[in-house]
Design a protein around this ligand. Structure first.
Ligand SMILES: Cc1cc2nc3c(=O)[nH]c(=O)nc-3n(C[C@H](O)[C@H](O)[C@H](O)COP(=O)(O)OP(=O)(O)OC[C@H]3O[C@@H](n4cnc5c(N)ncnc54)[C@H](O)[C@@H]3O)c2cc1C
Length: 405
């Protein structure tokens, strides 16, 4: 069933401001898809005295509402693959489990290699993915890609890899599904509310100051996306998460390329695209982009991306595009392109769920499970989360994810 939740109101209980200090078992700062998934996973485990704090008037105004919605397990490192192995089946059964749609479309991701070096990279990733338990991934020959998609310029494609359970979700619907379910089961959401300070005592976190008053709590989760470093600074932590602008260009209706296509990735330059509605959604990460809170769309990007689009897909020379429908949002980059998960060293009760480096939608279900496990039991079996702790940067134990888009 394809239903959008955009028009449906979230039925969250909004706790009224009172003279007495509010209390919550867990306060989640930031109500994008990551905060919403953590709220869902906590409530599903019976921890329902949760308060989400969101500074915007509605949820999804951060990176979640700007996302391309791609979900894939074709990564290079065990933790990224394992997080997808939880998250993608979760999205596949989202509507059955939560009662809300997330519009999971398993149309696959097809990586197209144009050099033997890139093909060797895909082969090494494939071996890693299969070893960890990914099914439905396969290596494909250049001639197979050319026959699957004769619309591609395939003269330089030497091969690729394809996973049929990769695909797309509607991030906004998934976020709303998580949030609505959590609020229906006891969680509260304060919108138009900024977290401005976090108080500590010798045992750790004691309260969060907000523009609606203080909330007493022993557990706080930083889910502030690209703004996470600012929230971490409230407890004196230097969080290595930087905002980086990414731009997407949707086309008008276009029928000269199949709408059943997967996300197709041109590894020669990183251009990728997928079907969206009756047209296509185009993406390319400009290597000249510099970090910063830039959320304006640069009109000059249209020509750059259409040049790459028409180079790989000649019929895209005719692709109609309305620049006014294009948009920009922020990736939340870490130095090794892996998230930072877990309790912050030296600040008991302050948890981090940050730095997804452009993979926060596809890894939100796993992040919700991992953080819920850590908050409620102090451990998780889903991944070796100690590898993703904040201390890895000080200790020089970075684990680089190279399968970035
Ligand atoms: C163009 C683009 C394409 C992308 N494509 C994909 C993709 O295909 N697949 C994928 O998995 N990911 C993709 N991403 C990345 C993905 O969107 C993010 O990783 C994900 O949305 C992060 O979710 P979040 O909840 O952590 O952050 P956000 O959605 O940004 O939510 C953080 C929230 O915190 C709030 N906040 C911040 N500070 C405070 C404060 N002090 N007090 C109260 N509230 C605060 C903000 O208002 C915001 O709502 C893409 C991102 C962009 C920009």
């Amino acid at each position: 069933m394809k239903v959008s939740l955009r028009s449906l109101a979230i039925k969250c209980r909004v706790t009224s401001t009172s003279q007495d200090m509010q209390t919550a078992d867990v306060v989640i700062i930031g109500a994008g898809i990551v905060g919403s998934s953590i709220a869902y996973h906590l409530t599903a485990e019976g921890c329902s005295n949760i308060l989400l704090i969101e500074r915007e008037s509605s949820t999804g105004k951060g990176s979640t509402g700007k996302s391309m919605g791609g979900v894939r397990a074709q990564f290079s490192t065990p933790s990224s693959i394992q997080m997808s192995l939880y998250s993608i089946p979760f999205y596949a059964s989202f509507e059955d489990s939560l009662g809300f749609p997330c519009d999971y479309r398993p149309q696959g991701y097809l990586f197209c290699a144009t050099t033997e070096h890139h093909m060797a990279y895909l082969q090494a990733n494939y071996a890693q993915q299969v070893k960890i338990g990914l099914k439905n991934v396969s290596l494909v020959a250049g001639h197979e890609i050319r026959s699957m998609f004769p619309q591609l310029r395939g003269d330089d494609i030497v091969g690729g890899s394809f996973c049929s359970t990769d695909g797309f979700v509607d991030p906004y619907s998934a976020m709303n599904g998580f949030m609505t379910w959590a609020c229906d089961h006891g969680a509260s959401l304060w919108k138009n509310t900024v977290a401005t300070a976090i108080e500590k005592d010798d045992s750790g976190v004691v309260s969060v100051e907000t523009t609606r008053g203080a909330v007493a709590t022993r557990k706080v989760v930083n889910c502030a996306g690209a703004w996470a470093a600012g929230v971490a600074a409230l407890v004196g932590i230097d969080l290595p998460v930087q905002p980086l602008r990414r731009m997407l260009v949707p086309s008008e209706p276009f029928d000269e390329f199949p709408h059943t296509a997967p996300m197709i990735v041109d590894m020669s330059n990183g251009f990728h695209f997928r079907p969206e509605a009756r047209g296509f959604l185009l993406a390319w990460n400009d290597p000249e982009e510099t970090p910063g809170f830039k959320t304006d769309f640069d009109p000059g990007f249209i020509e750059k991306i259409l040049t790459r689009a028409a180079d790989r897909v000649p019929c895209f020379a005719n692709l109609p595009v309305n620049p006014k429908r294009a948009w920009a949002g922020l990736y939340e980059m870490t130095p090794d392109h892996h998230p930072i998960l877990g309790e912050a060293p030296g600040v008991p009760g302050f948890f981090l769920a940050n730095g997804f480096s452009g993979h926060g939608v596809m890894h939100a279900p796993a992040t919700g499970k991992i953080l819920s496990d850590l908050i409620l039991t102090g451990k998780t079996d889903l991944i070796n989360v100690s590898l993703l702790g904040l201390s890895r940067f000080a200790e020089g134990k970075l684990i680089h994810e190279t399968a970035l888009l």
